[in-house]
Structure formats: C-alpha cells, structure tokens
Ligand binder design. Sequence first.
Ligand code: MG
Length: 296
Amino acid sequence: MQCSLAGMASLAVAPIGLSSCTAGKKDEKPCGPDINISFQEGIPPGNSLNEKLDFMESLGVVGFEPGGRGLAGRVNEIQEALKNRNIRVAAICAGFDGFILAEDPAVKEQFDTSMREIIAAAGELGSTGVIMVPAFNGQQPCKPHTMDTRNYLCEQLHELGEYAVKCGTTVILEPLNRGECFYMRLVADGAAIARDAQSEGVKCMGDFWHMKEETSDYGAFWSAGTKYLQHVHIASRGRRLMPGEDGEKDDYRDGFRALKEMGYDKFITLECGTQGERKDTVTAAVELMRAQWAEV
Ligand code: MG
C-alpha cells in the first residue's frame, strides 16, 4: 500500500463499466467492459484538488482515490469538487490509526474507532470500499500467526464488513508481498480471508506492483473472481513508477484479459511515483493502459 491523499458522484455522472460494444461486427473485439481508470490524489499535476480533477477529466479518468486520513472532514470538499464532473470516488486508501491484529487493546481500539469513521465517510462519498492491511510485518506487538488469530481476524472482519454494508460501502483487503505482509501476499490469500469473514462487506483487491509474486496475473484475478475482487492498483513493474516508465516490463495484458473476461467494472487506480515530467508520464500511462486493455 502507498497512499497520497478526496465524493459522491453527482447525478450527472455517467454509469461506469459501459461497453464500447462492437459485437456482431466481423473481426472486431467482442463486447467487454470499458477500463475505468482512477488516480490517487498525488498522481495528477495541479496545485489544488480542482486543478487535479481538471487534469484528470482532460484524460477521461473517471475515478478518484483519496487517502482515508481526515476523510470525514473532507466529505463536503470532495462532494463539491466532484459536482458536475464525470469522476466518482473509487476506493479509499487506508488512513486509519492502529491495526486490527494489534495485541495491545488500546491500539486495536484506535483502529476500530478511526476505521469506522473512515468507512462512514466512504459510504457518504459513494466509495467502492476502504483499503486495509490487517498488519504489516513490522507492526508490533501483533497477535501471533496462528489458526486462532486467523479465526479472530475473520470474526473481526465480519463485524467490520457488516458495518460497511450498513454504510453502503465495503472493506477491501490488499495483499502485498513477502517483505511487507508475509501471510497475505497473493490475491487468493486476500480472497480466502474475505470468503471466511462471511460478510458481503469484505472484499479484496489486486495491486499489479505487489502481484510480482504471483505466478500468473490472469490466475490471480480469477482467484478472487467477481465475488471478491473489488479494486485494482497499478504501477510500473520494475520501479513502481508510471506504467510505461519501465518499458517492456510494463505488460498488464494477462491481468487485463482476466478482468475483461470477468466483466470487471470497478476501478484501476494508479498508485506510483514518476521520474519524468508528471503531466507527460501520467498521460503516457493512461494511453498505455487503454491500448493494452483494447488489445486483449
Ligand atoms: Mg496498492
């Protein structure tokens, strides 16, 4: 996970996921969902939220992924900024205090309080869900990695998921990698925990950056499938820059093929840095994503 910092879509917003359908025409790709590209707040150039959103609109970007920290105090700001734009709030990137597997009850309490506040704000903004990791490797003291802890995690996530459903949103587990979160590093790991939490409000996601540990991008997304896959993050695959900045490594077609096959109509958010001129590298990244999506 990597966060930068913003609403409910106005009624003017077109529904996402509608297909540019070419079915029936010979030699053309069959119907499939459109790619719904989303940006975290630090991705677009701009000195204000509105400047950033203007840039995003100029590229046809339809999703915005703010960080969760302070979100409750930004609901009005974000709603206002998104009014009359074809941009919706995608997921919310973390931003809570504490962590759910904390051994210290006070730290667990910090998590419960701050996470529920973010979930409520996410619901007001029409967000697809709040991204979380149960515990990073470095977060201590942490409950031991045992079966009891996994059962505890699933019970706690069930409660959180049910709360999210009441708020009109979800909780999204983000699998990382061995170095950051050894017990949840495959998309399937997140999906299995979401399944065992037994709540419609608990989902998972895939981040192309962390998915370097997967044996197959295609298999990874399908392991979550339509029931659990709620969000996607993307970055270049060598240095976590804009897609395209790592040249031939930045091939997302295997994963995109799975997403198209499953009719994925949620967001793919850029979560990365850049070593180039931001307006150029971001524009090139969007073009590359659209081109590869169209190819599969
Ligand atoms: Mg991520």
